[in-house]
Every structure is written in structure tokens, then in C-alpha cells.
Design a protein around this ligand. Structure first.
Ligand code: HEC
Length: 103
């Protein structure tokens, strides 16, 4: 996946720059919408804003069912799915992040 791996350092840097979630988010309290929309912008870099992915070889996630997206993210995190890029991204997401992003 030459295109997306070229982006990887930037994506990792962006995730680090976003920093840890506010403490409340760790306790099943929905994170503030601002934090989620920042993360969603990151996803849109590759998956596209509404529909077509912007990076080659990136699957379309718009329009997919909320629960399938959540399962996909959980699988990346627990290793049932392996992708160098999405695996690293999913490891940085909390359960609540994943639910909010999927929604
Ligand atoms: C650097 C580019 C990039 C970014 C940023 C990115 N993704 Fe992905 N994503 C991919 C690629 C490439 C795949 C396909 C990986 C594979 O083959 O398993 C993928 C796969 C997925 C899938 C599985 C889709 C399916 O139909 O199987 C989901 C869900 C997903 N990404 C969600 C997200 C979310 C949510 C974010 C933001 C937190 C995000 N992605 C950020 C590149 C990216």
C-alpha cells in the first residue's frame, strides 16, 4: 500500500498531537464532540469526507452500518484484522471513540 504508508508518519504524528482524551472520556462518558470531529477529520484524510476515499486502496466506509464499522475498528485493535496503518490508528482509539466515530 505505497500511498497510505507514505502518509503513516503524518497520521501517527497527528494522533500524538491530538493527545489523550479528557479524563471523562475514559469513564463511559461521551467525549466532547470537538474531540471526535478532530479524529473524524483524520479518518477523512484517507476515507474521504462523504463517499469517495481520497487515498488509493482505502475502502469506502461512508454508508456502512454503524455496528459493522465498530466491529471492524475493534478487530483492528484486538488483532483479528491486521493492517499496519489501521491497526495503529485503532490502538489509539478508546471504546467510546470507536462508537462515536462509527455513528
Ligand atoms: C492513512 C490512511 C487512513 C486513515 C487516516 C484512516 N484509515 Fe481506515 N483504512 C485505511 C485503509 C488503507 C484500510 C483498509 C485496510 C485493510 O485492508 O484492512 C482502512 C480500513 C478501515 C475500515 C474497515 C473498512 C472495511 O470495509 O473493511 C474501517 C471501519 C476504517 N478504516 C475506519 C477508520 C476510522 C474510523 C478512521 C479514523 C479514526 C480511519 N479509518 C483512518 C486507511 C486509513
Amino acid at each position: 500500500m505505497p500511498c497510505s504508508s507514505a502518509l503513516a508518519p503524518f497520521v501517527i504524528a497527528a494522533l500524538v498531537a491530538l493527545g489523550p482524551l479528557p479524563a471523562g472520556a475514559q469513564n463511559n462518558v461521551a467525549p466532547p464532540p470537538a474531540a471526535i470531529s478532530q479524529r473524524a477529520k483524520l479518518c477523512q484524510m484517507c476515507h474521504g469526507r462523504k463517499g469517495l476515499p481520497t487515498v488509493k486502496n482505502t475502502p469506502i466506509i461512508a454508508g456502512q452500518h454503524e455496528s459493522s464499522l465498530l466491529i471492524a475498528l475493534q478487530e483492528y485493535r484486538n488483532g483479528a484484522r491486521t493492517d499496519d496503518l489501521m491497526g495503529r490508528i485503532a490502538k489509539n482509539l478508546s471504546e467510546d471513540d470507536m462508537k462515536a466515530l462509527a455513528a
